[in-house]
Design a protein around this ligand. Structure first.
Ligand SMILES: NC(=O)c1ccc[n+]([C@@H]2O[C@H](COP(=O)([O-])OP(=O)(O)OC[C@H]3O[C@@H](n4cnc5c(N)ncnc54)[C@H](OP(=O)(O)O)[C@@H]3O)[C@@H](O)[C@H]2O)c1
Length: 272
């Protein structure tokens, strides 16, 4: 690993952010499409004895058709939102209990797609005619929920050293649209984005997220949505406190039985 790094550095193909030859990566299994797997991941992480200073919730999917998880939820709702909420809820006592740092951060990778969806808690879990399903609408909703969760949780974290922010990475050349290869409108959007030079490579897309995760200027700063390393506006729905609280309550109801009483107290602002 170190040898490859040195060779790449000499060739000049490594720039800036990856300048850490002794980087130690450990891979662990996690399927956010399953609450069982998510809970197992948390147990495995706790057993590993590693501390937790930064949690970046980056995983995400977009699906053109409604798919149900084994837990009975529309897949984008569960993978993009509910399982991340569960993950945070289960890890928060550990994050609040960090003895070695007074700077612990959660970063939710959301999207400007939150601007192009409806907010309807009665239909949070899609159960209608599959032909009427709009993948982009439900993707946008899942990203909207993340931003609303960010505001709700930051209010409850105000007396702790844990902060939560969310971010839009830009339009990034990744595999996110793998299930939309046949959707002409989406392909047209990608072509135009590339044509106007607005398509980012993954390193560029990661910049705001890494900035929020490690830049010392964000110590103690939470409750904002970022784009291009700057605070950005959100929709009026996303910033509506009543709607945020309604979503919070519905979410806790959907996760009933998965979070312990102590974890819920901790999410609600209590010390672990
Ligand atoms: N690309 C964009 O233009 C864009 C724009 C706005 C926001 N975003 C957001 O950026 C984030 C990263 O997406 P990306 O563009 O990098 O897409 P991507 O290339 O498709 O990567 C998605 C990531 O999510 C992980 N993932 C998917 N399903 C999972 C599951 N069930 N359990 C655990 N991990 C799962 C994947 O892990 P594996 O590789 O192991 O499958 C992969 O690491 C997403 O939250 C997305 O909504 C992207």
């Amino acid at each position: 690993m170190e040898k490859e790094y040195k060779e790449e550095k000499e060739r000049g193909t490594i720039h800036g952010l990856v300048d850490v030859p002794e980087l130690s990566l450990v891979y662990m299994h996690l399927d956010l499409g399953s609450f069982h797997s998510t809970k197992q991941f948390v147990e495995d992480y706790k057993t590993s004895g590693r501390p937790l200073h930064v949690l970046i919730c980056n995983a995400g999917i977009v699906k053109p058709r409604p798919e149900k998880t084994d837990d009975g939820f529309e897949s984008m709702l569960q993978v993009n939102y509910l399982s991340h909420f569960l993950l945070i809820g289960m890890l928060l006592p550990m994050m609040k209990g960090n003895a070695v740092t007074d700077d612990t951060r959660i970063v939710l990778v959301s999207s400007d797609a939150h601007r192009m969806c409806r907010f309807n808690l009665a239909a949070i879990n899609y159960d209608d005619d599959p032909m009427k399903f709009s993948g982009f609408d439900y993707y946008g909703r899942s990203k909207l929920y993340q931003i609303m969760q960010m505001y709700s949780l930051q209010r409850r974290l105000k007396n702790s050293h844990v902060t939560i922010t969310s971010a839009h990475p830009g339009t990034v050349e990744t595999e996110i649209g793998r299930d939309f290869k046949d959707v002409k409108l989406y392909q047209f959007f990608l072509t135009m984005t590339r044509f106007f030079g607005a398509m980012r490579d993954p390193l560029d897309g990661a910049r705001t997220i890494i900035d929020l995760a490690v830049n010392p200027v964000y110590q103690g700063v939470g409750g904002h949505y970022y784009k291009d390393c700057s605070v950005a506006s959100v929709t009026s729905t996303a910033s509506d406190v009543q709607k945020q609280e309604a979503l919070w309550n519905v979410t806790l109801e959907l996760l009933k039985g998965h979070l312990s009483e102590e974890e819920i107290f901790c999410l609600e602002g209590a010390d672990p």
